[in-house]
Write a protein that binds this ligand. Sequence first.
Ligand code: G3P
Ligand code: CA
Length: 290
Amino acid sequence: MHARAVAATTTALLGTATLLAPTPDARAGDVGEQPRIVAHRGASAYAPENTLPAIDEAARLGFSWVENDVQRTKDGVLVVIHDDSLKRTTNVEKVFPGRAPWKVKDFTAAEIARLDAGSWFGPGYAGTHVPTLKQYMSRVESNHEKLLLEIKNPELYPGIEHQTLGLLGNEGWLDRPHLGRLIVQSFSADSLRIVHDLKPGLTTGFLGTPPPRDLYRYARFTDLINPSYGTISGSYVATVHAFHGPHGRRLGVYTWTVNDAATAWTVTRYGVDGVITNKPDVVWAALTGY
Ligand code: G3P
Ligand code: CA
């Protein structure tokens, strides 16, 4: 039974006045049968994406899984940012007017640290910075969160898989307890294969919707198939579930980016295992009735 059906049955039995609010642990999506809810780029509908305030906001709302995007600076520092350019989510045009097209890979970490990555979202976030991955992991840890880490544009950053795993290891995230709180995903099958070969115990996710005839190949190196919600059906999800991944578990499906109740219900009916959303509270309310 899915979460909404459970909530409806409970409501019928107890009446709405007697229902208790769900606990933050329940919001992790790790209990019951509802899909895991993942705050996309943090709770990015409510705070600037891929920043420390965005994962603080996810934690404040009671959600423990967050997603981010990792790229690399000119001088080899891993940073958390979605676009390959700094233009959309920072004031780089103003600070470095002569440096178009403002690619992340063309700026040093010290230069990026000078940028404001919050004002574009709202004045209350002025002074927010693009976090380094090291800073970000430290905050994920202190917030007791769990991370769906995306290696973004790996073709631009040779060796980023090795470097990212090195940093995660140095920060203590590749020990057994942390491996249960970490998933690495990418749109690049080649990149994921490298990650799986480097650290076979790590859970991985392929971003995309491979045709069913190819799924057996993905099942060699990925535990999850993570498609855009508009590309899937209940039949596709069932087809993915019929395969077993590199750890002997059924392949899972985390879909993105689901920001409204109707879509949350639809993909839950499809049987997905995870819902990646900018509005985790909206998805939670849709799936539980709270
Ligand atoms: O986690 C899924 C999603 O992040 C993939 O797309 O462009 O938001 O990184 P994008
Ligand atoms: Ca992403």
